[in-house]
Design a binder for this molecule. Structure first.
Ligand code: ZN
Length: 443
């Protein structure tokens, strides 16, 4: 076998949600081949998991990785002003190298807090794919589609997406390609349906922002005479392969539609709170049987890519907003970040839990930390007490990417410097460099 993880507390997230004491796990050719109390045989890489939790890698189902370059550059603004005044003018100057630098930084940040797979939507997808392959993470990358700038824009982006769908089809199992129609208010009906058709043809998923703010929904209702999910259903866009990011402002009828069509949700509690977008009805989704997963959104609206923080915030936000401390308990939140997220991406036969036959996406959480003792309840600790920095080992597709807290794929200092340089270059080109603390002096 290639990797043997010995004597840990294994939080499987399998169907019975078993938590196994002093169990070992073996990986061969990227696949989990055995989970047992004792595993015999030689391994190339042996990991002592005593005093560690062994669990499935976390899955971030909504982000814009390269936006790490915007981190801290525009805080404390409502969504539309934030986009129009701070984000879009800088994004207009984006070059492939900026996206590469920002994505690489994001991949390292995510891996270091135990995220082994993320679902992205951003420009210059080939640069995001490059950082996925180099860093060792797994990525589902969505080609952005929109035609608010005219039919020509839609046609060009569709063509690019079609080419990408073919190109990445058999390239590397760690890169998957989705279609990413940006939102119902930035895409025409024709473009949305074309995305649907293409997704069917290539048996892939659709990643779309829906109903993030109240203002957006009000504008949409004024324009189309119906709410976003009602409209998307009526035009025949919805289906089991649709992952809706945010879905904060929805009616009871829309939740019924989502359940009926098998639409999945990527819930981004920290971003929703930071931009004051609102509180998604997560407890209602769970009650209705809608699959929920968790996303960090981009680092410009979070400002970190840490799903431990997201899990805790998700649980707390539901409790306080509903005045019900029992709303969305720890076990359910942990599902959002693991097996639920795998379902949301249509990858639950491959990842999301530790079971024989699944890909070897495994993380270890160090229990030799004051914040994780006494170990009364591992699941509770993972949601309410653990932090991303408690992750000590990260394995993706059977390859050890981080061990003992150190990266084995890339040099962190080099990636940080590269990101600093490219952020400065980007903000200089956008005429906003004076806003940043970083400068040539700091570099
Ligand atoms: Zn987003």
């Amino acid at each position: 076998m290639d990797v043997l993880i010995k004597d840990g507390i294994v939080v499987t997230m399998d169907k019975e949600r078993r938590v196994l004491k002093n169990f070992s796990l073996a990986i061969e050719d990227g696949v989990i081949v055995e989970i047992a109390r004792e595993i015999k045989g030689e391994a190339d890489f042996v990991i002592d998991a005593r005093n560690k939790i062994v669990m499935p890698g976390l899955i971030n189902t909504h982000t814009h990785a390269a936006m790490t370059l915007f981190r801290g550059s525009a805080d404390d603004l409502p969504l539309m002003r934030w986009l129009q005044e701070e984000i879009w003018p800088v994004e207009a100057k984006l070059e492939p190298k900026h996206v590469y630098a920002g994505s690489l930084l994001a991949c390292l940040e995510m891996l270091s807090s135990g995220i082994t797979c993320f679902n992205d939507m951003y420009y210059h997808l080939e640069e995001v794919a490059r950082s996925v392959l180099e860093s060792g993470i797994r990525g589902v990358l969505s080609y952005p589609l929109l035609d608010i700038g005219g039919e020509e824009q839609g046609r060009r982006l569709l063509k690019e997406a079609e080419r990408g769908l073919r190109e990445y089809a058999n390239k590397d199992s760690r890169v998957r390609v989705f279609l990413g129609p940006h939102a119902p208010y930035t895409c025409s009906k024709e473009l949305l349906l074309k995305a649907r058709e293409l997704a069917e043809k290539h048996s892939t998923g659709i990643h779309i922002h829906v109903s993030e703010t109240e203002e957006e929904v009000e504008g949409f209702v004024k324009d189309k005479g119906k709410r976003p999910f009602e409209y998307l259903d009526e035009i025949g866009f919805l289906g089991e392969n649709v992952l809706a990011a945010h879905a904060v402002h929805v009616s009871g009828r829309e939740i019924e539609i989502m359940k009926k069509r098998g639409v999945k949700v990527a819930h981004n509690p920290v971003s929703n709170m930071k931009l004051a977008a609102g509180v998604a009805p997560v407890a209602d989704y769970v009650k209705a049987g809608v699959t929920v997963s968790l996303g960090t959104d981009g680092a410009a609206s979070n400002n970190t890519l840490d799903l431990f923080q997201e899990m805790k915030t998700c649980a707390l936000l539901q409790k306080v907003s509903r005045g019900d401390a029992s709303a969305v308990p720890a076990q359910v939140v942990l599902e959002f970040a693991t097996i639920g997220a795998a379902k949301a991406l249509g990858l639950d036969r491959e990842i999301g839990s530790l079971e024989v036959g699944k890909r070897g996406d495994v993380i270890l959480v160090d229990l030799q930390r004051p914040n994780l003792r006494p170990l009364s309840n591992p699941v509770s600790h993972l949601v309410y007490a653990a932090r991303g920095c408690d992750v000590c080992t990260v394995i993706v597709d059977g390859r050890v990417v981080i061990h003992g807290g150190s990266f084995r794929t890339l040099d962190i200092a080099e990636v940080c410097r590269f990101a600093e340089e490219e952020a400065l270059d980007l903000f200089q080109k956008a005429g906003k460099a004076e806003k940043l603390f970083l400068s040539e002096e700091v570099l």
